[in-house]
Structure formats: structure tokens, C-alpha cells
Design a protein around this ligand. Structure first.
Ligand code: DGY
Length: 331
């Protein structure tokens, strides 16, 4: 009887995904709370046919060369900036991700941050906890209106579109910027495509939903904060390095923008004494936009199904580099 394929899983993911893998594979899981260090990762990957990875693992050509038995890297995330896809493709290694199943959870969390930052929810709760609440105040903790405001969505893919649908319920004017303009989107979502600078100048809320690429790294920096309204709120539920951290600190300190709500930061995690953590007009949460029970189950199952399909020589539901299948590799 042929040996079961060996699968390395770089963190404890929901059982739904592990159970699927265990039906057919010999599964080794890194059970630490923190990501495996370099050596531990190499030990885990030794002899593996497939790796189910997290966004905390950097998968590059050198790592794949050291583990040439790996045929698929199935990332437990929609983002895959942690994987050098070109290096994987050059080695015939399939790269998969988990789009779709986390769209609603991520969009609703971006909207949660939008509401919390504009209405100063965390600052207000801290005010009460700190024993500062003495009376009702006409000018106490004033925020920014959401209903009827203008929302600028940078990156109008699945998550950006879902956010637009939610914003419609708040009667918001929706602007979007994207390198690719979907010809039916304006009619379907009641939004308008604009240039980035136009979006920044007109929006009361700017919400980032682009993938991290060389083009999007620091796409929001000092110049862009200079264009934004002083009442604007920035939301980042994409990737931390899309925003220039130092420029954001300066903008928040100087009142160039009103507030920020950050699910992601650069670096991650941020030190507890970092200005973005301590500034009252900034909310930082630990990269949890997709963190609902059902969404994480669905991500685990999709990542497992993708991985198994590649091992079976089939086309997975989602693959980032389908050309590796066409060339006859990696099966
Ligand atoms: C992703 O999927 O890319 C998120 O950042 C984590 O859900």
C-alpha cells in the first residue's frame, strides 16, 4: 500500500480543515501559539508533500529548494504576499489561497472599525473605565457622521464590493479606486470609479482593500494624508505596509486626519508602546477581520480541499498559479 502523503500544517487551524486532511494524509501540525522559527519550520517541512501555511510564514525559493518534495503551498488566507509565487511557479509548486469564504466577515469588520473610529467607541469606553465620566456633556467625545457620508474604497474586489453593499444601507456616497474597472460595477453597486487623489480629497472615510504588492506598498503616505480631509477616517483591513506607518503617526498627531481604525499594521505585532497603540484617535486590533468561528472553519476547509486536490492531480477550487497545472506539474 502506498504511503500516505505527508502534509505539514504550520499552526493549529480549525479541526474542520485538519479532519479533512487526516482522512487521507499523514498530518504534522505545529502546535505552538507563535509561528515556527526558521529551524522548527524546516523540521516540520522535512519530507512534506504539501504545506498548509499561514500569512506569518515566509515561503520563498530558498525554502522550497530546501524542501523539494513540496508540491503545493496552500495558504490559509486570501492574501498571499508571504509566498513568492514566481519562485513557486518556477519550481512547479502550486500556490492556493482562500478567497470568497472570508469576504463578508472581513467587510463587516472594516465597517465595524469605521463605526468605532468615527464614533470614538474605544476612546469613550476607556474614558469610562478610567473613571473620567462625571456628567453628560454637549461637547463630550464628538465624532463624525456616517449616514450620508462619502466612503472611498481603495481596491474594489470582493471585499471592497461587499463593503459597498453595507455602506448603501447607511446612504453613503461610494467612490472606488482600482487598477481594474469592472464595467458593470457602477450600475450594480451605485458607486463611481475615480482616481486615487480624487477619492482621497472627497472621502470622509477611506477604506483599504488592496493586495500588498510592490505597487501598493506605502500607497498611503505623507502626500496622500495631505490630500485627505482633516475630518477623514482611515480604515486598513488589507495589509499593514499599504500604509506608511510613520506618516500615519504624524497625520494622526497633527490632526491631518481625524482617526484611523487598523486591523493590520506594519510591523505586526506593534509594540505596546508604539504611538499607533497609544494615540487616542487610533484603534488597533490584532489582524482579526476574518476571525469568526464559521469563517475560520470555512477557510480551513477550503485550504484543505485545495491542498488535497493538487495532491490528487486535480484542479483545486482556487489556485494562484494555474500555469503549474497546465505544464503537467506538480502532480
Ligand atoms: C487574509 O485572509 O489575507 C487575512 O488577512 C486573514 O484572514
Amino acid at each position: 500500500m502506498a504511503a500516505k502523503p505527508r502534509v505539514a500544517v504550520t499552526r493549529l487551524i480549525p479541526e474542520a480543515g485538519l479532519d479533512l486532511l487526516r482522512t487521507r494524509c499523514d498530518v504534522q501540525v505545529w502546535e505552538g501559539d507563535l509561528p515556527p522559527s526558521g529551524d522548527a519550520l524546516h523540521t516540520l517541512l522535512e519530507g512534506a508533500d504539501a504545506a498548509l501555511t499561514l500569512l506569518t510564514e515566509k515561503i520563498d525559493g530558498a525554502l522550497l529548494d530546501r524542501h523539494p518534495t513540496i508540491r503545493v503551498v496552500s495558504n490559509f488566507a486570501v492574501g498571499f504576499d508571504n509566498v513568492d509565487v514566481d519562485a513557486a511557479t518556477a519550481r512547479g509548486v502550486a500556490v492556493c489561497n482562500t478567497p470568497g469564504v472570508l469576504t463578508a466577515a472581513t467587510a463587516e469588520f472594516a465597517f465595524t472599525l469605521l463605526m468605532a473610529a468615527s464614533r470614538r467607541v474605544v476612546e469613550a469606553a476607556t474614558y469610562v473605565r478610567d473613571g473620567k465620566w462625571q456628567t453628560w456633556g454637549p461637547k463630550l467625545l464628538l465624532g463624525q457622521d456616517i449616514v450620508g457620508a462619502t466612503l472611498g474604497i481603495v481596491g474594489f474586489g470582493r471585499i471592497g464590493k461587499e463593503l459597498a453593499k453595507m455602506a448603501t444601507g447607511f446612504n453613503m456616497t461610494i467612490l472606488a479606486n482600482d487598477a481594474y474597472q469592472d464595467p458593470t460595477a457602477e450600475a450594480e453597486y451605485g458607486m463611481t470609479y475615480v482616481e486615487l487623489d480624487d477619492l482621497l480629497a472627497r472621502s470622509d472615510f477611506v477604506s483599504l482593500h488592496v493586495a500588498l504588492t510592490p505597487e501598493t506598498r506605502h500607497m498611503i503616505s505623507t502626500r496622500e494624508f495631505g490630500i485627505m480631509k482633516p475630518t477623514a477616517v482611515l480604515i486598513n483591513a488589507a495589509r499593514g505596509p499599504v500604509v506608511d506607518t510613520d506618516a500615519l503617526v504624524t497625520a494622526l498627531r497633527n490632526g491631518d486626519i481625524f482617526a484611523a481604525g487598523l486591523d493590520v499594521t506594519d510591523p505586526e505585532p506593534l509594540p505596546v508602546d508604539h504611538p499607533l497603540v497609544t494615540l487616542p484617535n487610533c484603534i488597533v486590533v490584532p489582524h482579526i477581520a476574518s476571525a469568526t468561528v464559521t469563517t475560520r472553519d470555512a477557510m480551513a476547509e477550503l485550504a484543505a480541499r485545495n491542498l488535497l486536490a493538487v495532491l490528487d492531480g486535480e484542479t483545486p477550487e482556487v489556485i494562484v498559479n494555474p500555469e503549474v497545472l497546465k505544464s503537467g506539474s506538480p502532480a
